[in-house]
Write a protein of this length. Sequence first.
Length: 274
Amino acid sequence: MPDSAAAKILVADDDQSLVRTLMWILKENGYEVVVAPGGEGLMGKLEEERPHLLLLDIMMPKVDGLQLLAKMKADERFRDLPVLMISSMPPEEATVKSLGLGAADFIAKPFRVRELLARVKAHIRTAQELSRARDEAQSRAAIVDILHEVTDSLKPDEIYHILVRRVARVLQISKCSMVLAKAGEQLGVVVAAYENPMLRNLQIELARYPEIERALASGRAVLVEDVATDPVYAEERARWERERITVPTRSAVAMPFSMKDQQVGVFFLRTTGE
């Protein structure tokens, strides 16, 4: 899911004046906005547009917003989509009904623009974090399955290369290395690399790979979306400039893994700008 400034918001309301106002406000703040006038055809719009947030009016002439909410939340495809209900109903009654059916929040008409934007941003960010956490959990589960598949009869270097090959294929990424290291250590050892099957036991300075250091220290996956701009790489970028080094890596993920209940290293995944 993209950051809030690039998110898509679907507005379902029968008040065309309000819809125009919402579109103007949201677009001015960097959001992409699509509309389901009066809530009609909402399920089709959800399928077609795949928004990151739904603004849904409770009371509309042709359709009932609460019924639409219940129908949407019963559909696995949209169950996790955050829904911000808007209505002129008494806040107490509307809030109880909306939240009980799975809405993320409720805001009463007329609303304050700053409050609306703050809630929109907060719910998109929460949904984004949930999506990332689920993706991470799925990736970890896949890696655990791979680890269980590797038999004890193989030599360590054979095991390492099987692991990087399987992880790279599961995650559909072309550059995947296995780095053995522990939190606090200065050096790590690259024992296998999917993109270079001949590589064996390459020693690296962990200080030059801040995402690996952070992943080892936290025990959690660390994502660097763009090494050219991410603050975590500020010192390394300065060194690259001094030493006139060209680095093809665009983004990187360090995913810690354990063996026999002990954290022993990370899978280091990279993409290039190609």
